[in-house]
Write a protein that binds this ligand. Sequence first.
Ligand code: ADP
Length: 661
Amino acid sequence: SGNPFGVNKTLNFLYSGEGISSYLAKIKVKAGGEFDYYLFIELFPKLFSKAKGYPELLLDKKNVISQINTNQYSYAKYRNGKLVDNLGKFNYSVELGNQYKFDGDGFCTTTFGKAYHVIYQSDKFTTIILSSPQKTMFNYITTFSYFFIISSLLILLVGYFLKISPFNWQLAMTDFSTKIQIFIIVSIFLSFILFGWATTYYIKKQNAEKNNALLAEKVQSVLIELEDKLGDRNKLEPKMYDELTYYLIKFSNVFYTDINLYSKEGRLLASSRPEVFDRGMTGTQMDAEAFNAIHSLKKTHFTQNERIGSLNYLSTYVPFRNDRNEILAYMNLPYFAKQDELDNELSSFYTALVNVYGLLFLITAIIAVFFANYISEPVRLIKDKISALQLGKSYDLLEWQSNDEIGALVIEYNKKVMELEKSAQLLVQSERESAWREMAKQVAHEIKNPLTPMKLSIQQLQRLANDNTEDLAERIDRTSKTLIEQIDTLTKIANEFSNFAKMPKANEQVVDLIPLLETAIDLYKEEGVAFQLRDNSRGDTTIVADKDQVSRVFTNLIKNAIQAIPEDRDGKIEITVGVNDSGVLLQVQDNGMGIPDDKKDKIFVPNFTTKSTGMGLGLAMVKNIVEQANGKIWFETKEQEGTTFFIQFERRAGSAPEISD
Ligand code: ADP
């Protein structure tokens, strides 16, 4: 191709199967005469081995196609169906089958051996395969892990700055369960950091130890070879440069390392890679510290980190002795640790770590949510129970199976609730006792009141009998009448009192209010009052209560209503039964005097009465009965116009708490 020499068509492109192409030029230098003379020039591209270290320094980086990442890709080159070159982890067959279908451009894509392959037929003889490992389940999980971590971080950040409660720790910390969650997740995160750091440290340390051991081994091997070849010399001098260089290059190829030899004065004698020194990349003088250690301090070996440009490497110096144990020179081996191998190892470790911890984070986050709820649930339960606790009403005990701290708390709580219940009962009892005492005093007073006039009347009769008064019979008759009246009052008081005393034991059953009301109305029919009973319920007017007690409630309300109506008024009592959401609502409305403001809050108090014959126990008893049946009683009143009493009965509201006395 072409003819750069302008003589003949003499420049030829040589194709070699191994991938190294060259040019051969043939130039006629002298024509004519007996012979033609030709000069042959073969031009090879300058090749450096793929080794690390000094060669890297010598490469012109701009022109080097960046090396393929053998972690990701492998390639193979076949010539005439036979494998000639391959690189990477994939295990290629030495012979290329012919089952591939190439398209017009000579490409074929396929999958085998857990890898994707692109096969390219570059010419009749040559086929190239580029392969990359197939994605496994693990890769997908990996992607998920990264996605999870990145999105969590984003949510956390956004949540923090927008001050959304679970993501802003200052706000979230007020919540017990969130606190637990945060602590669990933070500890996982800390363990992630700690574990990552410790393992990185360990991997690096191991790597350094491995490198030191390898270097020591190499130094030993090179030294033995060198002693074998040069052990009989008395002196090594600069004039032996060629010979020394020859040996060093030879050993360098065998042991796959560069070797430098320095004189006892610390000057470079020879090197397996003289270009480095020729180009002035590093000086020909031995490193000062190394020289000091080896030469002055007479150490058997000295190792340190050195650098040329951006290239870091480990460098070992040892003395070289001849057979008579005389030190002839100092040998130096630079060791280019495979930094990218370490980097690869570390990065795959980090990948695995992030994956494992990503999943761990997710699992722990889920567990933390459940665990925190599990922990705070009883606390919430106890809180609910405490707020539901009502003196005199509900004393619910808590149940907790396990014998842990919460269990102890629950036991303690239950103990206190039972104590509370007991003291509440005692309180009710003592209240009732003092009420009874009050009442007894009142009753005694009521009984004593008529006794004195009765005694006086009888004494007067006695006196009259002694004086033999003429109208004795008439007097006796009159006094007896008064006495009988007084005795009737006493009987009434005694009856009312005993009614009140009988009350507490309720005998609960389902009772229909309508027939009970009808009976109560019947009792007062003759009192000259117009009754009206209205049933607005359209159905169920039953409640659960003690029948006799409910009757007593009705007769009391009706009696009070009648008594409230002034003589000069046409009495009208309207009784209405209705049904609402919570049960049966009863209204007893009269057109009586009404209740004055200053009496309103006293009418349910035992002993309170505005009547000369009254005991003031009626409404107290009514209220007691209604409340025992889980009901409520209240009234509305307007002076001079009338009063309406309301009773709300809870429909079949379970059994009322039993009050023992
Ligand atoms: P008593 O009927 O023995 O006085 P109660 O406890 O039944 O005792 O009533 C207490 C007081 O409430 C009565 O004395 C009366 O002043 C007032 N009262 C009760 N019901 C009515 C009513 N329907 N209208 C006006 N006042 C009433």
